[in-house]
Design a protein around this ligand. Structure first.
Ligand code: NAP
Length: 278
């Protein structure tokens, strides 16, 4: 799928969801063995040279693929999401900022094409994800150092593999790091339809935790409610419903009232985000 410049522009100025992907389909075939004499490939990348509005500063460029060094891995990117932190990084208001010019994208999944002579952890055909933020996943292929990558099973659904490292891990840490939640405990969160929120619902359900999920009202609220319930949500409420006096009774039955911190960074989309255990 191409047209990702427009996709990024549309998302940058509006409500963000993590369901959109940059997915590259270049008709790539079997993984090639490492060869020092391989012809340099043409790489397409979404690059920004200075910080600002992503719709204005991100450009689609052709780059030359770097040579594969002994401890390097040549990766063809398969899919990469657009997360709020990607937007914040381009805007320049994220805690971690790469050297400019930079290729956008912190998350994604790629397939190993070739490896350098001293690489032992991955082999051609393996699927890999970034080991940390700032790798620059919005490009068709790239050469990364082996230590910048983590090998993952290649039988995962592509979209799950491409979004494995940011939102599910954040949701898991939120549920695990702040309170000792027990099966039957109840957590409440806002922005419940976000990528993080959906991961909270699913992980909580798998842990036997109950969830109260607050969302913003919308014309197709029932459809969203049904979807979140199909993921394991126990209750789905709008912000307006949450403010109603009747909700007092709803919460009265929950005995413990504990608070956790969602760990949102300053300047990100959800300013009132949070998860609380009740
Ligand atoms: N480690 C970390 O600190 C970490 C990691 C991952 C994510 N995050 C943060 O977690 C948040 C969610 O990320 P995500 O990728 O899951 O987001 P996402 O999928 O893009 O979803 C954004 C969510 O924010 C809601 N929202 C936007 N503006 C809002 C407002 N003014 N009031 C209430 N809700 C609002 C949206 O609701 P509608 O559908 O109603 O628009 C949607 O539920 C972001 O702030 C992100 O930066 C932090």
């Amino acid at each position: 799928m191409w047209g990702c410049g427009a996709l990024l522009g549309a998302r940058a100025g509006s409500r963000l969801r993590c369901e959109l992907f940059l997915a590259w389909d270049r008709g790539w075939s079997a993984a090639a063995p490492y060869s020092a004499s391989a012809e340099p490939s043409r790489v397409r990348a979404l690059v920004y040279g200075h910080h600002g509005d992503p719709a204005k500063v991100v450009e689609l460029k052709n780059l030359e693929l770097a040579a594969v060094g002994r401890s390097d891995v040549h990766v063809k990117m398969l899919a990469a999401p657009i997360n709020p932190s990607d937007i914040n990084m381009i805007q320049g208001n994220y805690g971690l900022l790469p050297k400019l010019p930079a290729v956008g994208g912190n998350e994604g999944v790629g397939q190993v094409v070739a490896v350098g002579g001293s690489v032992t952890g991955v082999k051609p055909g393996d699927w890999v994800i970034p080991a940390s933020a700032g790798l620059g996943t919005w490009q068709t292929e790239a050469v990364f150092s082996e230590e910048a990558l983590i090998s993952i099973p290649s039988d995962l659904p592509l979209q799950s593999a491409a979004t494995l490292s940011v939102n599910p891990c954040t949701a898991y840490r939120m549920l695990m790091d702040f309170e000792q939640l027990q099966p039957g405990d109840c957590v409440i969160q806002n922005a419940s339809n976000s990528g993080v929120g959906q991961a909270v619902i699913q992980i909580a359900a798998a842990l036997g935790l109950r969830t109260v999920n607050v969302v913003r009202d919308r014309p197709d609220l029932q459809k969203l409610t049904d979807r979140l319930k199909s993921l394991g949500a126990e209750h789905v409420l709008t912000e307006e419903e949450l403010r109603k006096h009747e909700m007092k009774n709803f919460f009265k039955v929950r005995k413990r009232r504990l608070k956790t911190d969602q760990g949102f960074h300053q300047g990100q989309t959800v300013t009132n985000g949070g998860v609380r255990a009740l």
